[in-house]
Design a protein around this ligand. Structure first.
Ligand code: BEZ
Length: 221
């Protein structure tokens, strides 16, 4: 089974992109990174996704996250497609605020386990699924999501998970269902009551449950 597990070092691949040839780790430097793949250039859902990613790119920048897209066409196609994407956004610029990797030989798509066997091009070759990889400053994989080609992603959700990943990388907390920045967080189970009291001076409240176990512990940071 190809593919990466959480905690694995993300491959330091070399690739041709719309900003020239890059080595991924050099491109990322000490930043967080997000790599999102697309099935094909000049396709409708991908165009809406890239347009959205472009519109909210400042939000990724604010969080110190470098963005990079991937699709299985050439650099030339990517440049031409970018003009359509920016026109879709009614933007004056013709290039995107992040590079697109040209994986026209599908080498990276195979290496990273990104092919969608249910979606094929006119030659019967599988297209890339909609993968999302979030890479930490330590170059380790922090999150991966895999959508089929027929389902577009929610880029606001990607910002939300990045907020959670960055917060939980620093503090011994976890974020509950549908959490948004500023809301209460949960104390991780491995922390004792005494340790939690020291780490969370705003107090920790445990929700009463029939089992009597105090595992639903909330705090406001
Ligand atoms: C799209 O981006 O619209 C798309 C690409 C491949 C399969 C289905 C949809």
């Amino acid at each position: 089974m190809p593919g990466l597990l959480l905690g694995d070092e993300f491959p330091n691949f070399e690739a041709d992109t719309t900003i020239g040839r890059i080595k991924l780790h050099d491109f990322l430097g000490s930043s967080w990174g997000i790599l999102f793949s697309h099935p094909k250039d000049f396709t409708p859902v991908c165009t809406t996704e890239l347009a959205c990613a472009s519109r909210i790119s400042d939000e990724f920048k604010k969080r110190g996250v470098k963005m990079i897209a991937l699709s299985i066409d050439s650099v030339e196609d990517h440049h031409n497609w970018s003009k359509d994407v920016m026109a879709f956004n009614s933007a004056a610029e013709t290039s995107l605020p992040f590079p697109i990797i040209a994986d026209d030989k599908r080498e990276l798509s195979v290496q990273l386990g990104m092919l969608d066997p249910d979606e094929r091009d006119e030659d019967g070759m599988p297209l890339t699924a909609r993968c999302v990889f979030v890479i930490g400053p330590d170059k380790k994989l922090k999150l991966s999501i895999l959508y089929p080609a027929t389902t577009g992603r929610n880029f606001d959700e990607l910002l939300r998970v990045i907020d959670s990943l960055q917060l939980t990388a620093q503090k011994k907390v976890a974020t509950p269902v549908n959490w948004k920045p500023g809301e209460e967080v949960m104390v991780i189970p491995s922390l004792s009551e005494g340790e939690a009291a020291v780490l969370f001076p705003n107090g920790v409240t445990a929700k009463e449950v029939p089992s009597g176990k105090k595992y639903l512990r909330y705090t406001q940071l």
